[in-house]
Structure formats: C-alpha cells, structure tokens
Design a protein around this ligand. Structure first.
Ligand SMILES: Nc1ncnc2c1ncn2[C@@H]1O[C@H](COP(=O)(O)OP(=O)(O)OP(=O)(O)O)[C@@H](O)[C@H]1O
Length: 673
C-alpha cells in the first residue's frame, strides 16, 4: 500500500556568492553574481558544490556539519528562498518551481519572527485564518489541537514576547514558530537550527515533536542542527554530512558509523557518532579527495556487496544509498495538488489583517501616549513661537535652532516607530513570500488602522498651532491645514515603511530617512513664496534654510557664467539678510524679488541698484537682502515693497543683470517717487 507524502530529490546544487571586496554593501542581503564588466574583479565564494540530497516522507533528514559548511544555504535553497546557479528539485519525481514549492512547505528560520504582543493562541489563529479557509469551529479546533501537539497548552494565553517584551520562554517561542509554519498542514517542513540557544532537554523535546509530526502525519521533515545530543541523533532517519559546501555522507546514523570505520576511523564506544564525524571532517575530506578519481567507476547497483569486503568512500556510500532510493517504486508517488490562489478573498484578508494590526496597536499604549503627547506639545511650542516672534527679525542662529526643533519633532514622531515597522517588515516578507496573503491587502489594512490614529495626532498638532497664531476662526482654512498635516504624517509614515523595507539595518534606515526628510524641509521652501503662505504654515518657509543652491544653479544656468554659482553660494551660505546689511551697509547685495512680495516669484528676477541708496528703504521694509561680492553694483527688487518708496534708484551693474537671467537682461535705470 502506498504512503501519501512528499518525496524530495535535489541534485546538482551549485551556489556561489560573488562579493566586491571594497564594496560597502548596505542594501544587499545576499550578494548576487556580478557580471564580468565590473572594474574590480569580484571575489567568488563557492558555498555549495554539486550537492545532492534526498528527503523522504514520514522521515526526518538532519543536515549536520561544522559552522559555515553551507547548511543554512542548502535549506534556504530547498525552501525556495535562495536561487542557486544550478539545481534540480524534484517532488515525487516531478520538477517543481519554487513558488509552487513554497505553497506546500513550511519554513522555520533561525530567528523567531513573531508579533511579541499577541498571545500564542492569537498568533496561531491569525495565521490559520490567513492561510486556510475554514469555518470558525473548524478553525478553533485546528488551533486547539495544534497547541496541544506543540505542547503549548499551558501558555496558550500568554504573550509571545521578544528581547524587549517579556513573554514565553525561548523554547516555547521556537514551538510557536514551528506552529506558524505548519498550521496550514504543509507536506514539507524545513527547519533551520530549531534547537539553537536551547538546553539539551528542550532541544530534544522540539526534535521529538517534529519527528512525531513526520511519523504520524506523513510530513517530510528537513532540519539543520549543531551538535545534536545522543538522544536526538536516535530520532534521525537520515543524516546528511556537509563540509565546505560538499556532501560527505547521506544515510542513516548507523551507515555513517560504518562508513567512518570503512575509511579507517575508529569512533570510540559511547561516542556521539555525528559529533565524531564533524570533529574528523579534515580526515574524511582527505580520504574523499584521495578517492575522487575512482568514484564514478565504483558506483554500481551491486556495490553493497563490495562494501562488506573492503573500504569504500563516503561518497560511494552516499551514491549507493541514492541508487537504492531511486529504485523504489515510482508508481507509488503521489500527484501533488498545489493550490495556486490565495486562501481568502482580498476583502477577507484585509479584515483579518486590520484586526491583527488593531490588536498590535492597541497593545502599544506607551508608543501611542508618547506620540500623542509629542504632537500636542510640539503644536503648542510652535504656535507660541510664531505668536510671540516676528520671524523676519530673527537671525540665522535662531532659524537654525527652530529648524532643528521642527525637524527633530517631525522625525521623532515617525522614526521612533521604526523598530515596530522593521519587525513587521520581516513578518510581512515571510508571510507574503509563502503566499499567505496579498501585499495590497496588507497596505489597505495598514492604512485603515493608521489613518485614524494619524488624524488624532494631526488634530493635536494643528489645533494649538492654528489657534495660537491668532487667526480668526475659519473652519474651512483649519480643515485644509489639518488635512495637509494629516497627509504629511501619513507620507512620513509611509516613507519610514518604504525605507525600512529597502534598508535592513536600523541605523542606516534611520539615517537615510533623516537625510531624506531633512533635505525635503531644507529645500522645499525654495518652491514656496512666503507671501502666498497662510500664517500658520509659515514655519515651512523658515525651516527651509538653504534654498540658495537652487537659485545659484539657476543663475549659472541662465547667465552661462562659470563660477558665478559658486561665488553666489559661498556668500549666500555665509551671510544672510538684514544681519549682514546692518553690519556692512553700502555693500552690494542680491535681493530676489520673491522676498519682496511683488508677486514675481522667480529668484532670477533681480534688478541692479546702488545698495547704499537703497539700504534704508530695504531695512524698513524688512526684506531679506543678501550680499553679493560685486564691488561695482548691487541688486534689489521691487523698491515699492511694503509701501516704501525709493527716492532714487540707479542701476549701475552689468554682471548681476547677466546673472539675473534671460528674463531681466535689460539694464534698468529709473527714478522713483
Ligand atoms: N550573503 C553572504 N555573503 C557572503 N558570504 C556568505 C553569505 N551567505 C553565506 N555566506 C558564506 O557561505 C558559507 C555558508 O554559510 P551558511 O550560513 O550556509 O553556513 P552554515 O553551515 O549554516 O553555518 P552555521 O552553522 O554557522 O549557521 C559561510 O562561509 C558564509 O560565510
């Protein structure tokens, strides 16, 4: 009678990693092969060479070997997470592509990626809901029986926890990870180091549990393990010994013992054979090299007879056991039914994910309270600043201080949530890669939960700011202001999620986001004409300190004069506005018209005047006037600004007119009333 299950044959796996030795490779988890046209030759590391393995249903295959042997890489390839240069994977004798294979397998990574604030039962229930389309009673009984099978009944209602949140023990958390991987009843279970960091008793219980799963439910279990104890190795049906990316043995533990003896090694009595083999890797490899040339000739179906007569290499033994395996009746192998679609509709997926998001958010009260308070205080402080200060009169230092404050507050409201996003990102990647749900459902659910929360934050920030700047109450204007603050917060949140997805490192992610948002605020003021901004938005204008690079670039572009841009920037960055004019009266200055509220917003629209004659007028008008180093002429604009009249304006310079661009190339000489 045939046994149902999944028979996996993988052959000819070759996996090489190419790395650029000098590259600062922040964004690559797994460096991919680099083409030949690169200048620096990449260094190649052959992680796996011609690896073959065979995992049978109802059995447990353990991949053992020293650290760096390639165990995790092999498991990741089997689980479809890594793409090797060459490999053939057959399931029940038929080739399968990795996306379909992911649907019939459950992969447990070395690190537990679980929501720390959910309970054990909630974690398994949400996963079961997402991966299976069951009625509520079916779902409950499935989760209950799984919890019982995992031995987690006593902690079913305890929070999972992690390094920061106190929760269940490390061993129990490993069981939950296994439960999450097998809740949908996959045919194949792949576990990377399921016993790492656990004591020997706990490690035995975990392996015993997966062995029971294999024996009672016909699962194909493949796992990697470090230093398995005596009791554990008895549970292995088959052991694959890997060293330097090469298979040295695949067969039972007894076969391994025999093979070691056949090549002249004598494992002492009562010694753990697997540990002994790992300790003797160098000797085994030497023996293997020695016999490589004779390898192919010696593989015959009858070689089992020869085995008893003389010495055989481990490779021969492996090849021999493989041949015997291949002889097994292929007719018995089952046709796999692999579901291509998702278990639930998009709508139901969104409902489940929204519910899960909400549970997580409602349990992060500290973060919620902190962000709420931060927004309220920031709105009040900013409102007070604009209520009390005439921003046009304050100097560069105060502006820098204000800029730093606003940027810090805006960043902190989003970046402090980054660890949560990073944790979620790992779970999202894991769940979507195995086809649990659609990414779009996740995005919609995320928006449904976060948008109301961000609206509360936006109200807390916008209301005091709007009220303190002393405007007449205007519901429409306030609504617009609120809407924009809300959108800014949502954009910032999305930006955080986006960058945290691109950048695996928390520090790097943090810095990149700070850089991007910083640049945005620094430069955005360039596009905004101050006169067109409502008072409660004016802070945007003042935190954009360095709009000058754009102006400089434009001038360079229009005037065609090389070096003008640099000269302009240098002076612009050193000195600014009235401060300079006060100290150095009579020196030439460039005054963009946009600063004078003339309605002409282009920074290139400048006129050339004698600043000595215009200084007083400009000072009174409190216009921003910035130095230019030309000793012959000065520029200003719109002498009629703020109702002041310039009695006499004489345009004398020609260089600045050129710089001012094509629009204002003519020299203007006029007298004013
Ligand atoms: N992305 C990578 N970049 C550079 N080297 C890598 C990368 N991934 C794996 N390697 C190298 O490939 C080899 C095999 O790694 P792998 O993690 O598969 O070994 P392992 O047997 O699982 O080790 P351990 O038991 O310590 O987890 C190691 O030498 C490792 O340094």
């Amino acid at each position: 009678m045939s046994k149902k299950g999944c028979d996996i044959q993988a052959t000819g796996i070759n996996y090489t990693i190419y790395t650029q030795p000098t590259n600062f490779n922040l964004f690559n988890h797994h460096p991919q092969p680099i083409s030949d046209h690169h200048h620096t030759p990449p260094s190649a590391r052959r992680v796996l060479r011609e690896v073959s393995c065979h995992a049978k249903p109802w059995e447990l295959l353990a991949i053992v070997g020293p650290s760096g042997a390639g165990k995790s890489s092999l498991l990741e390839i089997l689980a479809g997470k890594l793409t090797p240069q060459t490999a053939s994977v057959f399931v029940n004798g038929r080739p399968v592509d990795k996306s379909r294979f992911k649907k019939i397998s459950g992969y447990v990574t070395q690190k537990d990626t679980l929501f720390p604030l959910l309970t054990v039962e909630e974690t398994l229930t949400f996963t079961a809901k997402l991966r299976m389309n069951l009625t509520r009673p079916e779902l409950n009984s499935r989760v209950k029986s799984l919890i019982h099978e995992l031995g987690l009944s006593h902690v079913a209602n305890a929070r999972v926890g992690d390094d920061r949140v106190r929760g269940i023990s490390g061993g129990e958390r490993r069981r939950v990870s296994i439960g999450v991987a097998v809740v949908h009843d996959p045919e194949v279970v792949i576990l990377d180091e399921p016993t790492s960091g656990l004591d020997s008793n706990c490690a035995f219980q975990i392996i015993d549990m997966v062995k029971t799963m294999a024996e009672t439910r016909g699962k194909t279990v493949v796992l990697s393990i470090h230093q398995p104890g005596f009791r554990i190795i008895k549970l292995f049906n088959s052991v694959l010994l890997l060293a330097n990316g090469t298979v040295l043995h695949q067969g039972s533990v007894d076969q391994l013992n025999l093979s070691l003896r056949l090549i002249g090694l004598e494992p002492p009595l009562h010694v753990n054979i697997v540990e002994f083999a790992i300790d003797s890797i160098d000797l085994i490899q030497q023996e293997k090299k020695h016999n490589t040339s004779n390898l192919e000739e010696n593989i015959t179906p009858n070689s089992s007879n020869k085995m008893i007569q003389g010495k055989f290499t481990l490779q021969q033994l492996f090849q021999q056991s493989k041949v015997i395996d291949l002889d097994q009746d292929h007719e018995e192998q089952q046709e796999l039914i692999i579901r291509d679609s998702f278990a639930n509709s998009r709508f139901y997926e969104t409902v489940i994910l929204t519910h899960r998001f909400w549970k997580n958010i409602s349990r992060t009260k500290e973060l919620f309270a902190c962000r709420t308070l931060q927004m309220l205080v920031s709105g009040l402080i900013l409102g007070s600043i604009f209520y009390n200060l005439d921003m046009d009169l304050i100097g560069a230092q105060e502006r820098v201080g204000l800029f730093a404050f606003i940027l810090t507050f805006l960043l902190s409201t989003t970046v402090e949530a980054l660890p949560v996003f990073l944790q979620e990102r790992e779970i999202l990647m894991k769940e979507t890669s195995c086809g649990s749900y659609r990414v779009s459902s996740y995005a919609i659910a995320n928006g449904l939960v976060y948008l109301p929360f961000l609206l509360i934050l936006a109200v807390l920030f916008a209301a005091p700011l709007y009220w303190l700047v002393g405007l007449n109450p205007n519901f429409f204007a306030f609504s617009q202001f609120l809407l924009l603050i809300w959108l800014i917060l949502y954009t910032a949140n999305s930006l955080v999620v986006c960058f945290s997805a691109l950048v695996p490192n928390f520090i790097v992610g943090n810095s990149v986001i700070s850089g991007v948002m910083g640049s945005f605020f620094l430069f955005s003021g360039y596009f905004v004409s101050k006169q067109g901004i409502p008072k409660y938005w004016i802070f945007m204008h003042y935190i954009s300190l360095f709009k000058y690079p754009f102006e400089g670039l434009l001038m360079n572009e229009f005037s065609g004069g090389e070096g003008k841009c640099l000269e302009y920037l240098f002076e612009k960055c050193l000195v600014r506005g009235e401060d300079v004019l006060r100290e150095q009266g009579g020196i030439l200055a460039v005054v963009p018209i946009s600063h004078f509220g003339s309605g002409t917003a282009s920074p290139a629209d400048t006129e050339i005047v004698d600043i000595q004659q215009q200084q007083e007028v400009a000072m009174d008008a409190r216009h921003t006037i910035t130095l230019h180093g030309d000793s012959k002429a000065a520029t200003t604009s719109n002498p009629m600004a703020a109702g002041h009249s310039a009695p006499h304006q004489q345009i004398v310079g020609s260089d600045m007119a050129d710089m001012a661009g094509s629009k204002k190339k003519q020299k203007v000489e006029h007298s004013d009333v």
